[in-house]
Design a protein around this ligand. Sequence first.
Ligand code: OXD
Length: 314
Amino acid sequence: MESRDNHPLLIYHTNAKLYGEILSKRLPKLEICSASQPEEAIDLIEEAEIILTWKIPDELLKKAKNLKWFASLGAGNEHLIHNPFIPEYVLFTKVTVYGEMMAEYVFAYLLYFCRDLQKYFLDQRHKIWEQRRPERLRGKVLGILGLGSVGKEIAKRGRQFGMDVLGLKRTPESVENVDQVFGPQDLKKMIPLVNYLIVALPLTPETNHFIGERELSLLKEGTTLINIGRGKTIDERALSKILRTKRIKAVIDVFEEEPLPPESELWDMENVIITPHVSGINLPEEICEEFVKNYEHWVRKEPLLTLVDREKGY
Ligand code: OXD
């Protein structure tokens, strides 16, 4: 009989079966169990050395007595990072493959605005033939808050479009494709310089309401703000207030409360585009590829590639 790697993996997710199928092809010797409901996982979790999941009930997690590696399916893991049932000695990894997809989302909207796509859709409906001068991305200032795996992909594309790219990160060292990197204390210097402000920050105690009324008031008239990180990094009440004045536009994918409650005034604002937390969506093939690379490191006892820094919170 073919030998199996002695590191049982439990996949706990609504799509667990699909993840299981992909991974069993890539890692045929690994013992893989898939569960999409607590009842299915209850008899498996005690054995599991690795758990691949995004959200898992504490009632289950506390039974994971053999857990050695918690492989999160998320990029941001603020909801799990301090979970007492994932103790310090357990390796904790995140997913870093969302960057390209999230950069596509950002540029979909940047191009939508600068090529006036909405107006042309409406013109077509009314059989109107009217040429307008397009705006250019070239020469515009793209500001990116957060230069992790997502921010870096956005910077790369900004550079390709000929934009001036500014970025902000916790430790302001130089980053490829970014013309100037600011530290958090320089947020107020950076904000008035940008035409597009992309917020791709993880949620930590430091970034909670990192952008408030004062910062928003420093945005140039006509700036487009896009939030794809976490809703709570921006004070949503202050954001609604400035949006009401129509000084800026916003594309918002993440909110302080999700789903965005029907009574939120953001739904009805003409200068706001709302999407339901979809800028980076789980693509099992890409995620499994990253898991396999980590797994190969793990069996060789080498450091994993996408470890979460629990001190920093991401
Ligand atoms: C994430 C998400 O993975 O927001 O962090 O979906």
